[in-house]
Design a protein around this ligand. Structure first.
Ligand code: SAM
Length: 214
């Protein structure tokens, strides 16, 4: 089970690797991120922001709070915020318990996060709880290849080593199904192939909380 606030060498190495090694991937995703995040406004909470790779896409008026359990990412986020000359609120914590009021947030952002969280259903419930009616959960995630495919077999086979090296990331995470069943009123996403081997299948889009209580 993941704990927030760990300063282990693994946590440090993962943060360094993400901060220095994802440039080509980010360039590949830039256009999608621009259209996904570029018009968000109000209170925006990002779960697992890593090194702050999404900050530059958010309009300046959006008030951004990052909930990042790995404290070794925090200096990278602060540097990015300083580079962009924008104010941010940053907390050590888990997406399973955001510590925010019910219906207090206009948008929740998460990219490449649900593959690594231990309790995906709990995170999605928490996102629904904090979103205002009509609020959006914006996501970009790599997902499991279709059941029965060769790639799915490979994802399962490499999973133990992959997860061990990459901070608990599951290459065969069935995130698509989990989001679809979470209870959002409206779903809007595209499926596409990303630039990484093993975890090429991706989804990108948003899920909206209903305007009236179910
Ligand atoms: C693969 S990194 C992605 C970072 C960043 N979102 C990006 O797109 O580059 C996964 C991130 O999720 C965070 N994370 C893992 N489990 C989490 C949890 N339960 N709650 C919040 N963040 C979590 C990790 O610390 C890390 O920052």
């Amino acid at each position: 089970m993941r704990r927030a606030g760990e300063h282990s060498w693994r946590a440090r190495a993962f943060a360094w690797g993400m901060a220095h090694g994802t440039g080509p991937y980010e360039r590949w995703m830039a256009e999608r991120k621009r259209s996904l995040l570029g018009r968000l406004s109000g209170e925006v909470v990002e779960i697992g922001p890593g090194s702050g790779v999404n900050l530059s896409y958010l309009p300046r008026e959006a008030r951004w709070t990052g909930i990042e359990p790995n404290p070794c990412f925090h200096p990278y986020i602060r540097n990015e915020a300083a580079r962009l000359d924008r104010r941010v609120r940053l907390k050590i914590g888990l997406a399973e318990d955001l510590g925010l009021e019910d219906a207090s947030v206009d948008a929740v952002v998460g990219t490449l996060v649900l593959c690594s969280v231990d309790r995906v259903e709990a995170v999605l419930e928490e996102i629904l709880r904090v979103l205002k009616p009509g609020g959006r959960y914006c996501f970009l995630e790599h997902v499991a290849a279709p059941e029965g495919s060769r790639l799915r077999w490979i994802q399962r086979a490499v999973r133990p080593v992959w997860s061990g090296l990459l901070d608990g990331c599951r290459p065969d995470a069935d995130t698509r199904v989990r989001i679809a069943r979470a209870g959002f009123a409206q779903l809007n996403w595209e499926e596409f192939q990303g630039p990484l081997p093993v975890v090429s299948p991706h989804i990108c889009g948003f899920a909206e909380k209903g305007k009236v209580a179910p």
